[in-house]
Design a protein around this ligand. Sequence first.
Ligand code: SF4
Length: 563
Amino acid sequence: MYLPTTRQELGELVWDALDVILVTGDSYVDSPFIGASVIGKVLLKAGYRVGIIAQPDVHSDRDISRLGEPALFWGVTGGSIDSMVANYTATKKRKKTDDLTPGGKNDRRPDRAVIVYTNLIKRFFKRTRPIVLGGIEASLRRVAHYDFWSDKIRRSILFDAKADVILYGMAERAVVELADRLREGQDISDIRGLCYIAYEKREGYFELPSYEQVVSDRNAFIDMFHAFYVNNDPLTARGLCQKQDTRYLIQNPPALYLTQRELDEVHEMDFERGQHPFYERQGKVKALETIKFSITTHRGCYGECNFCAIAVHQGRTVRWRSEASIVREAKRLVKHPDFRGYIQDVGGPTANMYGFECEKKLNHGSCQDKRCIYPEICPQMEVDHGKQIRLLRKLRKIKGVKKVFVASGIRYDLLLDDEKHGSEYLEEVVRHHVSGQMKVAPEHVEGHVLDRMGKPGVKSLLAFKRLFNKLTRAARKKQFLTYYLIAAHPGCTERDMRRLKSFASRELGINPEQVQVFTPTPSTYSSLMYYTELDPFTGEEIFVEKDTARKERQKNILIARER
Ligand code: SF4
């Protein structure tokens, strides 16, 4: 079922009121890929009456008051993407399109949506129920953070939005606990995965450098970020506090990860895999084209590319669903009236992290002083693509499935590290699961730039390319690799882009097309480098291109057609 979004639907459900109202910056798409939909369905399953208001008009009470006031709390999210990332390009131009807005025109998601929606609620509902922030925008802006769009370090979004609490990270467990406690009138301040504001520090919690300190001292900002980053594993993290004005942001330790069974249950809830009819009437959303018949196999990532926030939001520990649950989901897709036989993607943040993890990490938490696959793959990480091969074989045997694609990115250094099953996995993918082109994301090839990015070197890229070409030829297929590359990452100069250009034509035989200018998004190591112009691991000063025209020039060097 769809969560209700109008009074009429409440009537049809014979609900006189709602316990929770979710307000989101995306259109309402009922899908396991959309956070607001997942949280709503998890609460529904726990027995709560949940409604959803998508992309409300922010100039009137027309939308926000449509469902009345919730009995327990408001849940506010900017949507699946930080609203500033959704609304602006890396060179700060306004984006014209939005894949999660009806009709695709970018005219419904306000800048800093979390703050705007909180204000909207407060404007029309005085002294209302608690406002709970969640989703990527709130999660990655939960402590002091660099904001590229205002070129400033901003306070926790909880202070700027004047909301009550944040549920950060993947919040299925925490949100039910919050609802239970509010229903029972109990204290909520020790819920894991929750941030709140207090007048005092919390005993036993680690104190981060204050907002004032990090604004005035870039080394303090680096120290703050390191402490924030390492205290993110539920098995080892300490609670954190940070003075912001006269008060403190208190961050409880992260919520415990879902068990495999719980994760299976989340993905097997009865999602409609469509856009709610009320919103569909306003126009279709483009995002459905890619997520409608895709399957998530796992969450979390230990790739830890410095420009990516997945490790901070989902965690460094990969948790995967059972094979049986994924197969059941695929069988349900087959029964969907719109299904035409194609599963568009089977994957997660990195496609080939399914089915294996470091035992030490699972039992005692991730190491705080080293990374799992950078600069080398840790010997404790026993890479094994065996389970993925088995899963893909099962999926393509399901009656009604014509083709299963692996569209999520593959980490080629991991694949090459698996002597037993790596090549077999790639053969499987090449023969059965590629739609003409396979995405890989080397991002750059110059050693010192790759070091700043935390990405593997070119040796593994070239070895992977050779293997891919060999297997493709053997399969008599016409398919090729597409390379995702980044311009103007901290440390990268125009000279580096010229070298990348010549490498691309000489070694890869391409004129790059998939090139992005680096965007310093909140709470990543690369954004920290961008702001401080220091390498946070060595303290070394680094070159950072900050001029918009010269950033574009870096990109243009790479995409220019060769005569
Ligand atoms: S032992 Fe190695 S693989 Fe395991 S958490 Fe530590 S760095 Fe990662």
